[in-house]
Design a binder for this molecule. Structure first.
Ligand SMILES: CC(C)(COP(=O)(O)OP(=O)(O)OC[C@H]1O[C@@H](n2cnc3c(N)ncnc32)[C@H](O)[C@@H]1OP(=O)(O)O)[C@@H](O)C(=O)NCCC(=O)NCCS
Length: 173
């Protein structure tokens, strides 16, 4: 198995697998143009024969926070380490960029506990995530996902009404 950064040629596989699980809300629906635009966020796993096994993405909010998104493995490839390898690679990528807080929303917290994530009881402690995805989500008031973070919860946010961009520029500098 190989785990590597995605190339644009992976976009159709990423699109198919992510949207195969968006109908029931397991993953956020992503359009093909959106996946192409953000393909450099993605890491993919493939077999030694080059068969696509799964993917995951790391979205940067800023130097204070990033998010693991769209992590999924083909049903027939589950349980063979691909999901863990993809997640580990995304976490290494966050560290390479000096980001010490990684968040996600999920229905399977047990998987992420294994990788050092912990539950965030109050979702409003992650305002950037709320502003980016939750505000327009049909499940806003009946969300069945668990918010999780690895590292500290950021004290600042970059999206929404409370802009603290200057503080972020200072941190990243
Ligand atoms: C979650 C998912 C990516 C895991 O991929 P995978 O390749 O099967 O995972 P791995 O084989 O690398 O498993 C790594 C570890 O996590 C555990 N694990 C895997 N899936 C798990 C789950 N759903 N719940 C709890 N633990 C899980 C494995 O037992 C293994 O533990 P171990 O190291 O103690 O043996 C895969 O099941 C999947 O695609 N699920 C559907 C999409 C989804 O729900 N994504 C998460 C959206 S936030």
């Amino acid at each position: 198995m190989q785990v590597r950064k995605a190339r644009l040629q992976d976009a159709s596989n990423v699109y198919d697998i992510v949207n195969s699980l968006s109908g029931d809300g397991t993953l956020l629906k992503r359009s093909f143009p959106e996946i192409c635009e953000n393909i450099r966020d993605f890491t993919v796993a493939e077999s030694d024969a080059g068969v696509f096994l799964g993917c995951g993405a790391l979205h940067f909010y800023g130097p204070h926070l990033c998010e693991v998104r769209s992590i999924v493995v083909k049903p027939e490839a589950k349980g063979q380490g691909a999901g863990g390898r993809i997640l580990g690679t995304l976490l290494e990528e966050a560290e390479e960029h000096g980001i010490h807080s990684v968040c996600l929303f999920t229905r399977i917290p047990d998987f992420f506990f294994k990788f050092g994530f912990r539950t965030v009881e109050d979702k409003s402690e992650l305002p950037d995530k709320i502003f980016k995805d939750c505000q327009n989500c049909p499940r806003l008031h009946r969300c069945d996902e668990v918010a999780m973070v690895r590292g500290r919860i950021p004290r600042i946010s970059i999206l929404g009404p409370r802009h603290e961009a200057q503080e972020l520029v200072r941190i990243s500098g």
